[in-house]
Design a protein around this ligand. Structure first.
Ligand SMILES: Cc1cc2nc3c(=O)[nH]c(=O)nc-3n(C[C@H](O)[C@H](O)[C@H](O)COP(=O)(O)OP(=O)(O)OC[C@H]3O[C@@H](n4cnc5c(N)ncnc54)[C@H](O)[C@@H]3O)c2cc1C
Length: 463
């Protein structure tokens, strides 16, 4: 312990090192709430300080957990008692917003919401929009390839990362990619680092793609008499040539939970709802919203409302925004999975996942992004009951299986972290896992960067 602390003290200024127990405990865990600990937290303010910590780690053999805001849902930012947390949140400058190159150059600790606001002020747009944008960092978003509500139209974080300056495990610094929208020289190491969960490199600087800000948007909420109605209507919108920036689906089970919390009396006829948000130029978006209402009507909507003001828009979004918070109050505990399936399999996947929960006596609420078919599945249970705990594990395993059986994925946006390491074997074959391990060895031969995350443990592999 003292050897590591001595090495850190020699490497970086004392004011960047936190060792008090409260800070260590707080910064050693993430949204997964898996308890963690650490030897110390280093909160660098310069690239040179990050490099110095990595060099000390290589020299003295301690390992490092890079950290943004600690909002990861998977344990990706949880550290162990023998590790050092490298907290990048103080490297939070927006270095450049270039309107002609359409890029932003930022340090990793910038909050995503702060970047969005800064570029929008200049008539530009950074589309990735995780629900955590107000509290998570760009570095964390890139390291997890964060998704969000706008993926159908705009893609996810990986589609906006053009360049990365990264510090490697040995303390060397590489500039990968750059400011070019098109670039095909060599292997795409930028994409490889996106979603690498702090296991391959520490991001020092990111070059992010921007686009012009859409001038206007319109929000429509439609209700349907069948559970599938909302999903079929989403198909109908796309078939009609509309490409909404958000398409959020809520079924009766979820609506029945949020309606009382919002003081709404949910009519018996409403079995599902679809929230649609369109953006573009003023005229295009007005026309598109009119068409969307028409299509939704033809698809069987019993009611479709278009927000006329910002307040009305917030009202339409309220049900969707309150789901996570309200669901939390329904049972002593909940676990969430963010499964993904091809769009065409969404309705059957939801039905199968709910059936899997019922078979185990576990209440399941599923809602999510009907556009990109990334489902948030909430399993409600009582941790005090051994039966419920066992049933929960079986229900989660069955739900993942149902997604995979339909060509889906066990994580659409949250990643692997600690929680999905075993389960990923069912999605990624042994040969592909070997390749991933080879990549890890190439970047970090001594396993010092976030060891034990993002890949299955070795033992059970037999290697
Ligand atoms: C309320 C809430 C809503 C959420 N909604 C969404 C959502 O809609 N979509 C979504 O995708 N996720 C969502 N998340 C999950 C989470 O916000 C994202 O995974 C986010 O990208 C994590 O960012 P962070 O700054 O908190 O990173 P952290 O949690 O600190 O770290 C996450 C990972 O990134 C690595 N890392 C962090 N910074 C660096 C760096 N500079 N260099 C290298 N590696 C680094 C860490 O080692 C870790 O592996 C939500 C979480 C919460 C709490």
């Amino acid at each position: 312990v003292s050897q590591t602390l001595d090495a850190l003290t020699r490497a970086v200024p004392p004011e960047t090192i936190l060792t008090d127990p409260a800070a260590r405990a707080a910064l050693a865990t993430d949204e997964s709430k898996i308890p963690g600990d650490c030897l110390a937290v280093v909160r660098p303010v310069t690239e040179a300080q990050v490099v110095a910590v990595l060099r000390a780690s290589a020299e003295h053999g301690f390992s490092i957990v890079p950290r943004g805001a600690g909002t990861a849902a998977t344990g990706a930012a949880v550290s162990r008692a023998d590790q050092v947390v490298l907290d990048l949140s103080a490297m939070n400058r927006i270095l450049e917003i270039d309107r002609r190159d359409l890029v932003a150059v930022v340090e990793p600790g910038v909050l995503t919401g702060a970047l969005q606001a800064a570029v929008e002020e200049q008539g530009l747009f950074y589309p990735p929009d995780p629900a955590s944008s107000a509290i998570s960092t760009i570095g964390g978003n890139v390291a997890t390839c964060a998704g969000g509500l706008r993926a159908l139209k705009y893609g996810v974080t990986r589609d906006y990362v053009l360049g990365i300056r990264a510090a490697l495990a040995d303390g060397s610094v590489v500039d990968l990619g750059g400011r070019n929208l098109k670039s095909v020289v060599g292997y795409d190491l930028v994409r490889l680092l996106v979603g690498s969960e702090g296991t391959l490199a520490v991001f020092l600087r990111l070059v992010l793609r921007l686009i012009p800000r859409p001038a206007a948007f319109e929000t429509v909420l439609a209700s349907f008499e069948t559970v599938e109605g909302g999903l079929l209507a989403a198909d109908a919108l796309l078939a009609a040539g509309l490409l909404p920036r958000a398409l959020e689906y809520l079924d009766r089970d979820v609506l029945a939970v949020v309606a009382p919390a919002l003081g709404e009396k949910l009519g018996d006829r409403v079995q599902s709802r679809l929230l649609v948000e369109l953006d573009g130029s003023e005229t295009a978006v007005r026309e598109d919203a009119g068409r969307a209402l028409e299509v939704l009507g033809k698809a069987g909507a019993i009611e479709a409302r278009r927000a006329r003001t910002a307040v009305e828009r917030d009202e339409l979004w309220l049900a969707r925004r309150s789901v996570s918070k309200t669901v939390r109050t329904l049972a002593p505990a909940k676990k969430s999975e963010d499964l993904g399936v091809p769009r065409s399999r969404l309705a059957e996947a939801i039905a199968a996942i709910k059936a899997a929960g019922r078979a185990e006596g576990i209440r399941v609420l599923a809602y999510g992004h009907a556009g990109d078919a990334n489902l948030h599945v909430n399993f409600l249970y009582d941790p005090a009951s051994p039966q419920q705990r066992a049933g929960l594990e079986r229900a989660i395993a069955a739900a993942r299986k149902e997604a995979l059986a339909r060509g889906g994925t066990i994580s659409g946006e949250h990643g692997v972290g600690l929680l999905k390491r075993e389960a990923m074997r069912d999605e990624v074959g042994p040969r592909a896992l070997d390749l991933m391990r080879g990549v890890k060895r190439a970047f970090d031969p001594d396993d010092r960067l976030n060891p034990g995350k993002a890949l299955p443990p070795h033992e059970t592999d037999g290697d």
